[in-house]
Ligand binder design. Structure first.
Ligand SMILES: C[S@@+](CC[C@H](N)C(=O)[O-])C[C@H]1O[C@@H](n2cnc3c(N)ncnc32)[C@H](O)[C@@H]1O
Length: 225
């Protein structure tokens, strides 16, 4: 599905979220960079926006690695970083089989890709175990992802937005209807923040905390290895 979408992926994201996606990625980058990590991983990097922010905000001697399993996404990410001075290592790999040493990463971030790794995904436990494997003790795993507002009224509004805007408008702007129909449906039934916390704790992470964004339409989760 992701092989087809990189062309207008960024533009559609900006339009559908009115630019909030970048605000939230920047917040995720700030969370990642607490504690001055030297080895930083952007998982499911897609077109690489989080990786580019991490590169710009991290100390010059920090290493930034970006991973995705879809080559056209990584190519788009690499072009974007190249235009901004490079300094990011791109790796084509599955999040469930990372070509990285045990405990070799101080902080891993993931922006809007956690849903893909976990929601109705039979490899969910394998993905989370693999991510934990590469993070160093006391290292952080920062997840920014869509979520479910606690308020019934606000949740109904957010779901209505996804049903009537994200799916149809995203589909027609991108030219990839099925991808955006999947996005709109999976976002509406994705887990609540408490379920994500439980999942991370089950995977062996400690000190999991969550912060709602836009009343819970999205959420920032921070887990410590
Ligand atoms: C919704 S996009 C998010 C992209 C980007 N992080 C962002 O902020 O927009 C999800 C990305 O996860 C990648 N992905 C999904 N499952 C993956 C897996 N098992 N291993 C590596 N990448 C994966 C897809 O190729 C896609 O680029």
């Amino acid at each position: 599905m992701f092989t087809a979408v990189p062309g207008r992926y960024d533009l559609v994201n900006r339009i559908l979220t009115l630019g909030l996606d970048q605000v939230w990625r920047r917040e995720a980058a700030r969370e990642c960079l607490q504690g001055f990590p030297g080895r930083i991983l952007d998982l499911c990097t897609g077109t690489g926006d989080l990786a580019v922010m991490l590169r710009a905000m991290a100390p010059a001697d920090a290493q930034v690695v970006a991973v995705d399993f879809v080559a056209p996404m990584l190519e788009a990410a690499s072009r974007k970083a190249g235009a901004r001075g490079g300094g990011i290592r791109y790796v084509l790999a599955d999040a469930g089989d990372l070509p990285l040493r045990d405990r070799s990463i101080d902080c891993a971030g993931i922006a809007f890709g956690f849903r893909n790794l976990t929601y109705k995904n039979p490899r969910r436990a394998a993905h989370l175990a693999e991510i934990r494997r590469v993070i160093a003790p006391a290292g952080r795993f920062v997840v920014v992802e869509t979520s479910q507002p606690d308020s019934d009224l606000w949740r109904a509004c957010v779901h209505a937005y996804h049903r009537s805007i994200t799916g149809p408008i995203g589909g027609s702007l991108s030219g990839h209807g099925p991808a955006y129909r999947y996005l709109a449906a999976s976002v509406r039934s994705f887990y609540r923040s408490g379920e994500v916390e439980a999942m991370l704790l089950d995977a062996g992470f400690a000190g999991v905390s969550s912060r709602p964004l836009l009343g819970g339409a999205a959420c920032m989760h921070v887990a410590v290895r």
